[in-house]
Design a protein around this ligand. Sequence first.
Ligand SMILES: Nc1ncnc2c1ncn2[C@@H]1O[C@H](COP(=O)(O)OP(=O)(O)OP(=O)(O)O)[C@@H](O)[C@H]1O
Ligand SMILES: [Mg+2]
Length: 399
Amino acid sequence: MTMRIILFSGKGGVGKTTVSASTALRLSQLGYRTIVVSLDPAHSLADAFDLTEEERFSAKGLPIKVADNLHIQEIDVQEDIDRYWGDVYRFLELLFSTTGLDEILSEELAILPGMEEVTSLLYINKYYKEGQYDVLVLDLPPTGESLRFVSMPVVLKWYMKKVFKTERLIMKVARPVAGRLADIPLPDDSYFKALENFYEKLKGVDEVLLDPETTTVRLVTNPEKMVVRESQRAFMYFNLFGMNVDAVIINRVMGDVPEDCEFLKKWKEVQKRYLEEIRSYFQPVPIFEVPLLEGEVVGLKRLEDLSRLVYGNRDPYEVFHREKPYEIISENDHYVVRIRAPFVTKEKVSLIKGEDSLVVRVGNFKSHIMLPRKIRDCEPGQAKIEDGHIVVRLFPSES
Ligand SMILES: Nc1ncnc2c1ncn2[C@@H]1O[C@H](COP(=O)(O)OP(=O)(O)OP(=O)(O)O)[C@@H](O)[C@H]1O
Ligand SMILES: [Mg+2]
């Protein structure tokens, strides 16, 4: 059986940890050997499973068994930095403190990948290679940071190349003068070993993340304006980086409210509006609605109840969606947006370009696409329908 990696991403507080935990529990009950990993320093994963302080403490960041087939792991990022990055960091620090090289290197340091992201990648690769679990569920940090996460494989490649180049540069510059300036440190073996070791541990993780049959992202959202906006942005980034979003989970959807309660009725109206918007933003990706429950969702029993509300009879292991809803590519002097629309026949395509988005309408089909910063000022040309896709070309404006 090929391993599945399911990433949960969403704005702070939408219910990522709760949904991750209940998904993992359901998987374990279906017989998959499952681990759910979180890098959240607040340790809410252990809270969701209602573990005691002592159980958590004695785990020391290693997996804890919470049910048959189910482990949870709360990773201490600081500890992991010491383990994997220590030597690299120590050398760079030493270098900056004793020489004037910081200007040359400052650019590289500025894009040094975030530790949370690197740590997640290390664990993804570790569990993928070791194969003792059938499914890895990862509870990602709130969206802002998740976006750094998706760019990681790309950034990392670039960074490693730079580091190796910089390293050679340092050796070239430093060697001849090192005799005279005895206080310029040269990288020692441990530094090179650490880099090598580190690179080895990350090798191949980008392919794992980009394989749509292995890794899928599930966006957790709530029917509220700010939350939906952020989910759209995340959706765009995951798409751009080629990761497969196979479900959008709308959490905390209100059920029936009493006729005489204006307060709740107002909330219900707000939710209704955003539920409709969410459908047009994310289609054709499947959307799962999860009701707002009475009280918080803590402990195995409540997590199990929630998992049934999320997935019904479906198996969370499944890849729920495969096609990329859209693609944005650059072509010579302009950009091309290709939107999958297999059912759309030749009809007039209407385009509305907002400040940061593009709304495309053909008959009943409506697609709302958030545009990357770089393309926001471009002007759309004519839209065309080409073999099951709506194709819109965007050109840089003259000014
Ligand atoms: N459908 C629901 N009904 C009722 N309570 C819920 C529901 N989903 C989540 N909760 C509760 O909401 C709170 C926040 O959920 P959770 O910790 O999962 O959010 P999160 O997105 O992981 O937050 P953070 O961004 O801080 O990590 C928890 O107390 C949880 O029990
Ligand atoms: Mg959380």
